[in-house]
Design a protein around this ligand. Sequence first.
Ligand code: 3UK
Length: 490
Amino acid sequence: MGWSEVDEGAPPRVVFPRAYNAAADLIDRAIERGWGARTAYLDDRGAYTYADLAARVERAAAAFAALGVQPEQRVLLAMLDTIDFPAAFLGAIRMGAVAVPVNTLLTAHDYAGMIADSRARVIVASDPLREKLPGSLPVATIHQQATAAPIFASTPDDAAFWLYSSGSTGAPKGAVHLHAHLMWTAILYGREILGVKPDDVIYSAAKLFFAYGLGNALTFTLSAGASAVLTAERPTPAVVARIMKTHEPTIFCGVPTLFAALLADPSFQVSPKLRVSISAGEALPAHVGRAWRERFGTDILDGIGSTEMLHIFLSNRHGDVKYGTSGKPVPGYELALRGSGDELWVRGPSACTSYWNQRERSLATFEGGWTRTGDRYSIDDDGYYVYGGRADDMLKVGGIWVSPFEVESALAAHAAVLECAVVGHADADQLIKPKAFVVLKPGAHVSAEELKSFVKERLAPYKYPRWIDFVGELPKTATGKIQRFKLRAS
Ligand code: 3UK
């Protein structure tokens, strides 16, 4: 079942057998290698060995089979970070289903769209999320006694899981990932760049439903025989501080907004065993990286990844960090700057095959093995890649996509709003947050606070505009198009 390495060269050359199941590889291989008694996970309730995890994965697989799930059908996971997430994710993949983990911060409306698009046969939801999900689908209970389900004889090229990603317009699109993709990211980035070792304890503040968190706390952890800390709680500075103290992680994975918030707390302490941190989701401001290095004596490796590529393909590395840059290409990935010479494209073995049922959007993004990132980059004199912003209007807020058009539609639904425009605006830490320019209807009145609450009630709360400027009119071209560049500059 397992993959093998052709030689020790760089980039690593890996061969997958024709019969390959990613869940069986991650779990059964760990047991075969004698890791059964090692700790795989520590969650809010307790610790679980690799043997415990293996039993839970088998039970989840059997439960899906008992519910009538067939290979290739989708199982939607709306799950907080507990041991149940890896059990359900790997259990679905093990019996041939396609796992579809979704963002836990979304609205019932967002979930309805993903359920319809994926045609999920079963939904697994953590209790606190149940009310945002429909009740008409079977409810999966993981039975203690469910009879075992066979390992599905997938190929490395079978779909194993999808990850939904937002675009500037239209519903989120499901990036289709294959069985081989998890291990590719574990080898190319997890092993070669991050260097995860069996005695590492990984704490990823980015949750498992993000490609970033899934790599950190599931793929890299399990393929190395390491341990990961999971918590169902939101990664506030207080929660991070507690985990640093109680679990003493050796590797910490965060997003720039969180690193900035942690630095803003003078009493915050890192784990005494911390050896390195990684940052992704949006560019790490140089001053945040340097302040962290100065205060805690360890580096933050900034690297850029995407849902489409599954994990990081361009990164800083141990002993070679240049703050204010995304570092250099991860061996195994090829990068190209196209268009007017600043649009980043990437090619590598973990790229999704397409967006499910989205021909036009797939054609606009994937070309002959290459993936368009939508990011602008330049290369400095020392060969480090410097982020130059998005080629589209999308915003990264705390590492999560926000479409300015979606926020504009929510604002425009308020009775007092005539028209509005939303752009990215840098906060005190040089991190981008949504800012709205609003024109009110004649004689109408509404406070900025009321408009913020209005948006928070309608969209996932992290999307609300942090600043609202009431203006008499919006700058427009002769053809009536809003001149966003003028608003960004104001
Ligand atoms: C932006 C960055 C500058 C960039 C992700 C690590 O973020 C991840 O995936 P998403 O699909 O977003 C991808 C987009 O986010 N971005 C991410 N990292 C950086 N910009 N510097 C960075 N270090 O616009 C990119 O196209 O949400 C991150 C691992 C897996 C992931 N999916």
